[in-house]
Design a protein around this ligand. Structure first.
Ligand SMILES: *Cc1c(COP(=O)(O)O)cnc(C)c1O
Length: 377
């Protein structure tokens, strides 16, 4: 998109994507898969890392399949030349069935209406398309209720044009290490699979978990695993750090565009929410809400300059954030700022940033908007 503009230079705020780290993470996770299929979950623009380059890299590094959240993401990957199966892990609208077939995507099915529409469209186009049945074992987001699974399959399983290749579920409490609840959900899933089998409804690919199951529960890996966030270097839970060594893939860099020396008692930024206590050097960094940098970082977060932490002062605005660089020796306009990642001996991780906003790593990464140029190294 930006590449089509005849710019002599770009905004200094970039996300550096370390493809070597990404490949290494895939290899580490592949060791956990043994003979299972590896579906690389690269939904939500590859958790902010850029879906098309990451999709190609995932396949090159040994992923068997890709998982996305929307039909649009699946179509983009297909248009870019990916031939591996692409699963849509979220539920879709029946209005999108034609695109699912055009782009040969694997839909998750948990409603009779969607199954019917897909069957009708596939038959119309003389196609037999693979689909996966989603069972709800306790996340209560979407999925067929285990009690209704037999009725559901009785209605849908033999509809023309559909190949029921897989059956799966997604756990609600694995990341927090609640193995009692997860064990019950797994048992419910396996019980449902058995009942369906007894009734003549079989599937060849069974799968249940994301990164946490991939890393911690060999017994639940079944035919395929679906890691997402771990591919990008972050464990869903810190307890997993010693089981699988992962490396963060995204680094956010920018530049000091201006430094001003403000006298004591100067109100800084919208609302004057920060007031200098002495003469302070306040610097402008061109990143803000429009880049996915959060307002809750106001007077709260930090960035690195010359390997030293600088506090965010005042309110983060749409395009700019101010930091206090008073204590940084030799600081100058043009100095590199690391917003996320390593600089010198220090590092600001997405996990730390998630703490500032009371959220999880996924939100920090996936929030990064298109305005931040991704540079693949
Ligand atoms: C997002 C998602 C995953 C990946 O989860 P992580 O915790 O990021 O590994 C796996 N399966 C489904 C169905 C998902 O929606």
């Amino acid at each position: 998109m930006l590449q089509s503009l005849r710019l002599s230079s770009y905004s200094p705020t970039i996300a550096e994507i370390d493809l070597k780290a990404f490949r290494k993470n895939i290899q580490v996770l592949k060791k956990h898969t043994k003979n299972n299929l590896l579906l690389a979950v690269i939904k939500t623009n590859a958790y902010g890392h850029g879906i098309v380059p990451i999709g190609h890299e995932a396949i090159k590094a040994g992923a068997d399949r890709l998982g996305v959240s929307t039909v649009e993401e699946g179509a983009m990957l297909r248009e870019s030349g990916i031939t591996a199966p692409i699963h849509i892990l979220s539920t879709i609208s029946p209005m999108q069935v034609a695109d699912v077939i055009t782009y040969s995507l694997v839909a998750s099915i948990s409603s009779l209406q969607l199954a019917k529409e897909l069957s009708r469209e596939a038959t119309l186009k003389n196609r037999i398309i693979p689909v996966h049945l989603k069972i709800d074992t306790g996340l209560h987001r979407f999925g067929v209720d285990p009690d209704n699974a037999i009725d559901f399959c009785t209605t849908c399983y033999h509809q023309p044009g559909l190949n029921w290749e897989g059956i799966y579920t997604h756990f609600s409490r694995a990341d927090e290490g609640d193995w009692v609840t997860t064990g019950k959900q797994f048992a419910l899933f396996m019980g449902t699979v058995q009942e369906l089998k007894n009734a003549g409804f079989t599937f060849s690919i069974h799968h249940v978990g994301g990164s946490t199951i991939t890393i911690e529960r060999e017994d639940m890996r079944l035919d395929m695993i679906r890691p997402g966030i771990a591919l990008f270097g972050y464990h869903p839970a810190l307890r997993q750090r010693n089981i699988a060594p992962l490396k963060s893939v995204m680094k956010l860099k920018s530049q000091l565009l201006q430094i001003r020396e403000l006298p004591p008692n100067t109100a800084v930024g919208y609302g004057g929410n920060y007031v200098t206590t002495s003469t302070e050097k306040i610097a402008v960094v061109p990143i803000g809400l429009g880049d996915g940098y959060k307002r809750s970082f106001s007077n709260n977060g930090e960035m690195l300059v010359k390997g030293i932490r600088a506090k965010i002062v005042g309110t983060v605005s749409l395009d700019q954030t101010l930091i206090d660089v008073t204590h940084i020796p030799g600081v100058e306009v043009g100095d590199e700022v690391v917003v996320m990642g390593k600089q010198g001996n220090d590092e600001i991780t997405a996990r730390e940033m998630a703490g500032w906003m009371n959220s999880i790593v996924d939100e920090v990464l996936a929030s990064m908007t298109q305005r931040i140029r991704r540079v693949y190294v």
